[in-house]
Ligand binder design. Sequence first.
Ligand code: COA
Length: 197
Amino acid sequence: MIRKMSLRDIDPVVQAHLLSFPKFFLSILGPRFLSLYYTFLCSDPDGIALVGLNQTGRITGFVAGTTNPRGFYTRLLKKQWLKFAAASFTAVLKKPSLIPRLLGALNYPKENPAGLDVAGLYSIGILPSDQQQGMGRQLVAEFLKEARNLGCRQVFLTTDRDDNQRVNNFYQKNGFTVKRQFITPQGRRMNEYRTDL
Ligand SMILES: CC(C)(COP(=O)(O)OP(=O)(O)OC[C@H]1O[C@@H](n2cnc3c(N)ncnc32)[C@H](O)[C@@H]1OP(=O)(O)O)[C@@H](O)C(=O)NCCC(=O)NCCS
């Protein structure tokens, strides 16, 4: 079953994020940062945030993004920058190299090629124990449906080009095609995907 994410889902969503993206940037910033991030996506009028539940009613996956990608991180931090700074403080103390990346994220939306009718799918994760059972496909399908209902005509997302064949195959099988390739300031080679709605 797929339904909209609500504030009471944030803890299980954060757990699912940490388990499905163990070494990724947002996970390194820690659970408090993730909690603020998903709370924003879940409450923002432009946000699309969905959860997938198994037969016992447990959250096994989530997908989240926005119908208004340009300026997303600025909006995210505008009112809550102090809370985000406090939430990432310990991680930054342990790993100061995170600072340029955090600041870079603020510029990212300016480079975002999306127009007003392009939604961004920012995050999808399924608990490792529940992968390969069709939940990811269903969550993507519902995300696209929701974006279309909200007036969008395309959805974009980015993912690593290297050592990420399974995820690239997953998006291609779900109707996405590579629109552009780029290298992040950290040297990661990325694919930007689009799909028409
Ligand atoms: C990428 C990810 C979201 C895919 O979700 P998923 O639920 O595992 O994907 P699905 O089950 O819908 O589809 C994947 C495969 O399962 C197969 N599948 C679907 N339903 C199935 C079922 N009932 N029984 C068995 N296999 C099934 C699909 O055919 C597909 O296999 P294929 O690639 O060989 O064709 C998930 O693996 C994940 O969370 N990964 C870690 C986080 C991540 O990398 N996210 C994306 C970052 S950009």
